[in-house]
Design a protein around this ligand. Sequence first.
Ligand SMILES: C[S@@+](CC[C@H](N)C(=O)[O-])C[C@H]1O[C@@H](n2cnc3c(N)ncnc32)[C@H](O)[C@@H]1O
Length: 469
Amino acid sequence: MDLPVTFVERMQRLLGAEYPAFEQALQGTPPVSIRINSAKITIPEGLPPVPWTTTGYYLPERPLFTLDPMIHAGAYYVQEASSMFLEQALRQAVDLDRPLQVLDLCGAPGGKSTHLASLLSPDSLLVSNEVIRSRASILAENIAKWGSGNVLVTSNDPRDFGKLPEFFDLMVVDAPCSGEGMFRKDAQAVQEWSEENVKLCAQRQQRILMDVWEALRPGGILVYSTCTWNEAENEQNIAWLAEQQDAEPIKLQLDPTWGIVPTQQQGVEGYRFYPHKVQGEGFFMAVVRKAGVAADSYESGGRKKKYKLTIAGKKERALVENWVQDPERFEWVQYGEVISAIPAPIFEAADQVYQKLYVVYAGTEVAEVKGKKLKPMHGLAMSQYLNKKAFQTVDLNLEEALRFLRKEDISLGSSGSDWVLMLYKGLPLGWAKQVGNRINNYYPKEWRIRMELPAEIGEELFSLGRYLV
Ligand SMILES: C[S@@+](CC[C@H](N)C(=O)[O-])C[C@H]1O[C@@H](n2cnc3c(N)ncnc32)[C@H](O)[C@@H]1O
């Protein structure tokens, strides 16, 4: 790897005697890590844990993840280990037992958002935003697969969040950056790097921070992160924010064995991840609190509320209620032909978001109204609240599961006319409908596995299932 000269000079200044170890680590193989969805699977046995999180694990090598049905079932997410440090910021700076209104501003493809969804209480609302529309679709797919049901995926510019002043208790800004920390994983990041780009990134990050600051409640927490090492995009930006606004730095406790490097600059407490010190890629995080005291709850104003969300009809509701566990936990809304379940405690806040922002995906998409009939939706199959008992189920082996995920026709050897939930190792993969002795495969076309399957599908293919008890 040919590193840019000015980058090398800066890192030499920053790291001093440690620089050769850093450069050597940059030439090494990046570790592979995953974070499991503990609402769907149990803790794997025999995998080394990522020390700063309760659900992260290292794998011995990089498998062909696409051919593991469990990833399509939302059982785990492939995520770079350093990024999982978000969990420490939350556990140490936020009361996670309280219902919170949370924004993940730069959300795609969904690493931090799925992590947040696992950490927040079920009555919390997570708004997961991604400004680039095509990337927002990928984010919505990963959110639907995770199945927590309390997330709204939006696709807005940061400045649109000014329409929701003091709305959020917690905001995560995982900003677009110059990507120095990704040099080892991504040769293109090296090609695209320049001093000029670092400057542009730092300016864009300042703009993003200013644009969303107003949406944070007094007393609320902002977690800022990048995957780059230069100070302009990191400590200096947070120092700049503290100068412009009333932002108080928050100090996190670190276990010295983790190898994370704390920094203090102009009153900013930062956390740096270097590949020669941690098993992970380059990363930076800082946490600040907005000065002031939080009001008890967000007041939307007006006495008689007018909702943007439409409550589903009683008849439709009666048909689908049995498809989820604890149906009384939800408000049932209908948008076009789609009936979705939104946790009742977040309904008001979700409606506020609908009024001001462009919502791409909300709650759990449960059913599509087809004339007098209702068709179960993929979001329901992926939901942590799916009532499996309401449906006929079929257990698929690895080959059948992969063929189903490729949207091929598979035979069940029985006949009927019901919706069937396809399972792999007990985890729902999606829906099929029996039509006589054939089945129609309802796996979403845009999410199907496009890769050809190997001639022999055997043990050499990876499935996380092998590590589960
Ligand atoms: C570092 S990535 C986010 C990764 C994500 N948080 C995760 O953990 O999977 C930064 C994201 O910011 C988005 N982005 C690019 N320009 C932006 C802007 N001007 N404002 C907000 N987000 C932007 C990118 O499309 C990208 O998805």
